[in-house]
Write a protein that binds this ligand. Structure first.
Ligand code: PLP
Length: 281
């Protein structure tokens, strides 16, 4: 296998406005055999948003919607080589990072990333599956905090992920959410989007409120109706949609709002598909 570890990360080349609309998103993430989450969900999202995808696979997981059965983390060298090849020749307008699976993979990604000044980097801190299985161990999480989070443009935790990253209990009040939002920004990303989809039966079950905080900025409250549908991989979809909108030149608040609308629409489509069709028994 050709070694890419020694090659310096390639910064995307400057492009004309016409080409900017077609800039790709590089997805660095893992497979999920059930396709509920992971790289299939990422690429589905990018395709629906007419955004070309490139990919670097970090791990292969064996999953159903109810169970995480196995994880095979790919060699760090292979992850480095994929990222290097995906960035070669330019044309990448944003990077989305999902499940990494091990500390060695976190290190490989850190070594291979261009700077966030040259390309926006969105990190979905994937720590566990909804079914409960662990997707990144303690050593990996520690390295994520130490080396990767300070390198990214946007960190997109949900409430359980925010709590786990800060080694605190999950926020139960609006004040606690704001405190965790600020604490995570203090760990070095340029911005944090704290997603509110997991706030159920506590604050306001009619709406979802995501909080966006950029360095030196005020907190933006992004709200949408709560859609009663069961769907895995909403975190994957949200971070990929944000990356797609950043790649097409939108600002961070615009990209986060558009991604929230995309996820709400996907949930609406899912809810409609789950309803019994009129006239059918
Ligand atoms: N599996 C993989 C490979 C993922 O990347 C993710 C999230 O990004 C998950 C599982 C978790 O998704 P869910 O919470 O829907 O189980």
């Amino acid at each position: 296998m050709p070694a890419a570890a020694s090659q310096a990360p390639q910064a995307p080349q400057a492009e004309s406005g016409a080409r900017a609309a077609h800039r790709a998103v590089l997805v660095i993430a893992a497979t999920d055999s059930s396709a509920g989450a992971g790289i299939t969900r990422d690429i589905e999202t990018l395709t629906e948003l007419a955004t070309p995808a490139r990919c670097a696979v970090t791990a292969v997981t064996v999953q159903t919607d109810a169970q995480l059965r196995a994880i095979h983390v790919l060699p760090a060298e292979l992850v480095r080589a994929q990222i290097g090849a995906a960035l070669e020749g330019g044309g990448v307008g944003a990077i989305k990072i999902g499940m990494l699976g091990s500390a060695a993979t976190v290190q490989a990604v850190v070594d291979s990333l261009p700077s966030r000044e040259s390309v926006p980097i969105v990190l979905d801190p994937v720590l566990a599956a909804t079914s409960g299985g662990e997707l990144l161990d303690r050593a990996g999480t520690a390295l994520l905090l130490q080396l990767l989070i300070p390198r990214v443009t946007l960190l997109t935790p949900n409430l359980p992920e925010a709590a786990a990253l800060l080694a605190e209990p999950e926020a139960q009040t609006g004040a606690a959410r704001l405190a965790q939002l600020h604490a995570l920004l203090g760990r070095g990303p340029s911005a944090v989007l704290l997603k509110g989809g997991h706030v159920v039966d506590r604050v306001d079950t009619q709406a979802v409120e995501d909080l966006l905080l950029m360095a030196g900025g005020t907190v933006l409250h992004l709200q949408t109706a709560r859609i009663p549908a069961q769907r895995r991989g909403t975190g994957c979809s949200a971070s990929s949609a944000i990356a797609a909108h950043l790649a097409s030149g939108r600002s961070l608040p615009e990209a986060c709002a558009a991604a929230q609308a995309y996820v709400a629409d996907a949930l609406r489509r899912q809810a409609a598909a789950e309803l019994p069709r009129p006239g059918l028994a």
